[in-house]
Ligand binder design. Sequence first.
Ligand code: FES
Length: 84
Amino acid sequence: MAKLFIDNIEYDVPDGQQTAEACETAGIPFSCNSGVCGTCQIEILEGAENLNELNEEEAALGQDRHHRLGCQCKILGGIVKVTY
Ligand code: FES
């Protein structure tokens, strides 16, 4: 079980799962849920290496390893700290 901290609030996320559900619970705005609109952008403060690689949708929106889309990230394990 991975730990995702969103603005210092801890969420348990099963290894390999999308971060979307925890992000939505934390109040991060979502719209398209498919990596197109960019409203769910999060800043990775710690643990960027514990997320999946940037996908095509994120690259198309100019994201990088520390600026990701909450609807497109998967947490691989360990601890990830983000803010939005
Ligand atoms: S909700 Fe649209 S890019 Fe994530």
